[in-house]
Design a protein around this ligand. Sequence first.
Ligand code: IPM
Ligand code: MG
Length: 323
Amino acid sequence: MQARILAIPGDGIGEEVMAVTIRVLREVAALTVETAEAGYGRWQRLGATIDEGDVERARKSDGVLFGCTATPSPPPSTYRSPILRLRRSLGLSVNIRHCRSATGHPMDVVMLRDCSEGLYSEAEHPTPDGAMAEYIVTRAATERLARAAAAIAKRRKGEVTVVHKANVLRRTDGLFRQVAAETLEAAGVAWNEAIADAAGYHLVMEPDRYDVMIMTSQVGDILSDVGAAVAGGLGLVPSLSLGDGPPLAEPIHGSAPDIAGQGIADPTAMLLSAVLLLDELELPRPAEAIRTAVHSHLAERLDTDPPTSTEEIGRDIVDRISL
Ligand code: IPM
Ligand code: MG
């Protein structure tokens, strides 16, 4: 049976990087790729960022490829983030982000963040003088995150850094730290810890200091952008979310309205996200073929005349694929 993938390009450069990715996937893997619309563009036309039926199609698929969507700031009251909606509907909680440099620079860090709770639970309330947000940490989600980190660490250096702010958030991050440590110990993986702000500093100053890191949702959102900057750019970092339902792969970058429509977006992060999805679907041959082609492209992009358009990059990567 062919795996059935639902591809949701989203807004801005999402369309451009997804088009290249679908073309490359069709080149290497026998997959059924269907598409669905989501994002700000859809909200402006139809008043909802994603159709219920498409959320259901995502749930019934074998895997979802998500591009990126634009969010107006501040979002209108009827605007709901489609990615948060999808992650919740698919029961996804472990978001894996691989910040790996394409240059000789020593960054190669796997960050795992919870994406089901923390500060991104969308549980916000007005107060008489302002507003408050709930910061939610549970044992179950923390254990899941730490188990996933342990499995990855066993294939790497065997050590996980628990990133937290338990010096201030004693109950919530205190619980995160404790449950993560217990779970890692039970899995036979060494652990150490870093305070979130110091981790940001050290990622920049000493990029080979960390190997596998776990953290709550907002810390991971911020540190993965820092990691991407050190690794060479937001256009390079893929991610994969795992949980109860089908896996969802997405680049960590946004819809980049400043360059959207110009055909110059880097499709690398979207392509490497598709590779993570293929790995998860146990399709190692096409996964390896794309991974090798992307890495060979990146290695040469540095010392040759760099291809500047999404189209050219896509063509160069397709040319490098050998099955
Ligand atoms: C990202 C984004 C999302 C996240 C937001 C839009 C929910 O910032 O993918 O990094 O934090 O996961
Ligand atoms: Mg982000």
